[in-house]
Design a protein around this ligand. Structure first.
Ligand code: GLC
Length: 543
């Protein structure tokens, strides 16, 4: 069953908000300390209430969990830790019944080393599936074929003594890279996509899209002149031959064709690249990914001039008809609140939810969850374990969702796989849901405004100005409605000097309740960390 049809001509993935669920940590219905599909089902009511339009679920496929599901051993099944295919069908049906779209996490770059394809591939150099992965002889002295490094530390080549060759793994050695130059691999993977699309899944977030194709000659990557030892060892080299190869775009276009054979589906690409390279993933005719994830704000220093420049760079670089999107957090990054600080959390929410482009919200950010300090002996993330002392573990941002002040924050009845933040008695959904000015209510208010207002939803973006302290921009709908956002990125008061004639209107949402419904006629004096969203009296087309 499909989700309810969109009510406007604007496709759902442009008008709606995407909510990322890290399934291990969202809700545990069967009491084993790990979140599951039934847990997600039990929270659909919450997600509908919050107002998000789609959920993207990190991998739930059978996996030895070396990288917590990003090492897939069967692309068309469900791992028992998360439930059964029946559970998944229920989830899809119930989500759709509530008008929520469901995106799966497709991991095409690598499989688990336990995937039957790899088991067969490593059996012998003559295996029919040998060429499904990237196997190569060592150099004459026995060393690996080239200098490529694994994102998770160490060499990217693993020696297989039984068959006398190396195989390539951009991530863990338990995650061998598939050979995407092999048509059989492509067909097998496209069929896996079709399996889920046939069920009615609304699209995919595609894992490490820019890694899919590697240099045919396997040339050495050059040293990175800007490397410092505090960085992961992967950064010692510039991955110019191991990632973002020109031929990748043909593969992305093929994936797009696979989903375009179905109505209203979407592909979102996970791509960490500089902006111009990122834009290429839209495809020359907008026939690539519908949305290459925009991670710009994850690394932009949290200052008004920097943020303002980043937004303009992104807006300016977008191809014609390329639809923007914004991300402030995911399961690989420090939590939003731990990057920008508690005082700026509401400014960040206003930014995310009033910019032009689809926002992706990471579970828990809406209640202000923070990075949780995880004692060394409890670290679970392979990235943290393989590169100790570099503070790279992703566990802190993956802790159980805080639902209530009950045991284990209402996440589970058993000890959770990762510890719960000790602040859960204060920071939880139940406590915030009925509190008018909680973080959760604030997010919900902004989400609903965005859902209802065409100007916020898909109107144009025009910068009004940025100072050392503040950022102001407007959003205008073709229908004539307009909004202005003014955000103070500092803890000191600041003044927004109005242009002449001034933009007048009424505050519809603000970081502090005192601002609500206030009429704006002239300059705006914001206290530290304050932001206002104003419905302008005269829209752009009516002035
Ligand atoms: C992506 C995922 C990350 C995973 C990696 C390898 O970056 O988001 O969690 O570890 O790919 O699959």
């Amino acid at each position: 069953m499909m989700a309810a049809k969109p009510t406007t001509d604007v496709p759902w993935w442009k008008s709606g908000i995407i909510y990322q669920i890290y399934p291990r940590s969202f809700c545990d219905a069967n009491g084993d300390g790990v979140g599951d599909i039934q847990g997600i089902i039990s929270k659909l009511e919450y997600l509908e209430w919050l107002g998000v339009r789609a959920i993207w679920i990190s991998p739930i496929f059978p996996s030895p969990m070396a990288d917590f599901g990003y090492d897939v051993a069967d692309y068309t099944n469900i791992d028992p830790i998360f439930g059964t295919m029946d559970d998944f069908d229920q989830l899809l049906q119930q989500a759709h019944a509530r008008g929520l779209y469901v995106l799966l996490d497709f991991v095409p770059n690598h499989t688990s080393d336990r995937h039957p394809w790899f088991v067969e591939s490593r059996r012998s150099q003559n295996s029919a599936k040998r060429n499904w992965y990237i196997w190569h002889d060592g150099k004459p002295d026995g060393s690996p074929p080239n200098n490529w490094k694994s994102v998770f530390g160490g060499d990217a080549w693993e020696w297989d003594a039984d068959t006398g060759q190396y195989y390539y793994h951009g991530f863990l050695k338990e995650q061998p890279d598939l050979n995407w130059r092999n048509p059989d691999v492509k067909e097998a993977m496209y069929n896996a996509m079709r399996f889920w699309l046939d069920k009615g899944v609304d699209g995919f977030r595609v894992d490490v899209m820019w890694h899919l194709i590697k240099d045919l000659q396997l040339r050495d990557n050059p040293p990175n002149p800007e490397y410092t030892t505090s960085q992961p060892s992967y950064n010692q080299l510039l991955p110019v031959y191991s990632t973002d190869q020109p031929e990748v775009h043909a593969v992305v276009a093929e994936m797009r064709k696979v989903v375009d054979a179905y109505d209203h589906r979407v592909i979102i690409g996970e791509i960490y690249l500089p902006i111009q390279q990122l834009m290429a993933y839209y495809g020359p005719q907008n026939d690539g990914a519908h949305m290459p994830f925009n991670f710009l704000l994850l690394n932009t220093p949290w200052f008004a001039p920097e943020i303002s420049a980043a937004i303009d760079q992104y807006e300016g670089a977008l191809p014609a008809d390329g639809w923007p999107n914004w991300v402030l957090g995911n399961h690989d990054q420090p939590r939003l609140i731990s990057r920008v600080g508690e005082h700026q959390a509401r400014i960040a929410a206003m930014l995310l939810l009033t910019l032009r482009g689809t926002p992706t919200l990471y579970y828990g950010d809406e209640i202000g969850m923070r990075d949780v300090p995880i004692p060394v002996e409890e670290i679970r993330d392979p990235q943290g374990i393989h590169m100790p002392n570099k503070d790279l573990s992703r566990d802190p941002c993956r802790t159980p969702m805080q639902w209530s002040a009950g045991p284990y924050a209402g996440f589970s009845t058993a000890t959770p796989w990762l510890r719960v933040d000790r602040n859960y008695a204060r920071i939880n959904v139940e406590a915030q849901r009925n509190s008018y000015f909680s973080m959760l209510s604030f997010y919900r208010k902004l989400i609903h405004l965005r859902n209802q207002e065409p100007a916020l939803n898909h109107g144009t973006y025009t910068p009004i100005g940025a100072t050392e302290q503040l950022l102001a921009y407007r959003r205008d709908s073709p229908l004539g409605d307009s909004f202005m956002t003014v955000l103070n990125f500092t803890s000191r008061p600041c003044r927004f000097s109005q242009p002449a004639p001034p933009l007048t209107g009424e505050v519809v949402a603000a970081t502090a309740p005192e601002w609500e419904n206030m009429s704006i006629q002239s300059d705006i004096y914001l206290a530290g960390d304050e932001g206002v969203l104003i419905r302008l009296k005269y829209g752009k087309n009516t002035t």
